[in-house]
Design a protein around this ligand. Sequence first.
Ligand code: USQ
Length: 382
Amino acid sequence: MKILVLGGDGYLGWPTAMNLTAHGHEVAVVDNYLRRNICREEDCEPLYEVPNLNSRVRQWKRQSGYKIQIFIGDLCQWDFMETVFRSFEPEAIVHYAEQPSAPYSMLNRNAATLTLKNNLDVTANVIFAVREFSPQAHIVKIGTMGEYGTPNIDIEEGWIDIEHKGRSQKFLYPRQASSLYHTTKIMDTDLLWFYVRMWDLRVTDLMQGPVYGIHTDETNDDPQLLPFFNYDELFGTVLNRFIVQAVADYPLTVFGKGGQTRGYLNIKDTLQCVRLSLEKSADPGELRIFNQLVETFSVNDLAQRVKDAGSGFGLNVQIKSVENPRKEAEDHYYNPAHTGLLELGLEPNYLSEEVLGKMIETVLRHKDNINRDAIFRGVKWA
Ligand code: USQ
């Protein structure tokens, strides 16, 4: 299949591109290096240097023999989007091209506006481009479990049947996000759902939980192929942060009570989920939603796991609750359904001592690069 990976430079975009080529697909990546530029501006560079897309594509070709096409530009610009679609003629699109950080979206007005504009403009342009140039193409959009928030009832997989005064209808499951970033993902879902109804688009919206991990089947321990790995407060996800904190002898930053529970997955499972969704497309006129997670943990559970794994490496990991910079429930019910991707064939990689150990080993190799000042800056959400 000819697959466009939008946001192909990112933590998930680049590993996805390699993985899809390794499974026989023809891939082009598109990026404007937005995340790299923000990380430079905010002084939160990744743990190790990541070569640019041209270098990574050359390295992957040397390693594997597979080619990847590259388009560098801003997908908010319609002319650029048009050029990409006309030249590549995709059969499917993986849409990761969003400002992905919740804390960054809450930093200040500029960051909020950038997040809103970028995320909605790119999603709208993808929709218009598919309609105009590739109307049969399947859009696989990365949404977030954060769209649902933490309701006091079970979270269904995208949809819920509501009975009201003796009548019933299926609706999108209620969404109430706790950051502006997550809110843009709700808006994306609404846009996609509207145009699915208007134009019979085929869309899969993947409600993903926080991802952790560094290695995938394609990285082969080659430092040139590793994903962009953040551990700072803005762009690092919690488990990746805790591993770096453990190595840096920095007490693990549990926000508030630490009872915040989310659905986690290994980066390898992100790649499986995206590929399985691509290989079994949604139907025309279908907005298919999967909850993309494999197991739930509280922040306290994760901290304890990292502490235990660290002791195997002689690390004396401390855990310290810090005042929560976010406005979120710290003690709540959380029970999301997540059977759809298992039914498509997902074989989960669960969090284990071995997985944590491999992450610690890799981070230890880059210990000297850790910038302790980037670990906690206390971006207040309210
Ligand atoms: N947390 C801590 N200490 C830290 C960092 C985070 O206790 O040092 C807590 C947060 O308060 C939150 C939980 O850990 O309760 C998860 O935080 P996170 O930073 O790993 O995840 P989040 O900001 O929600 O965003 C990440 C990705 C985002 C994705 C989302 C899925 O950056 O792109 O959409 O995970 S979800 O969390 O399910 O909405």
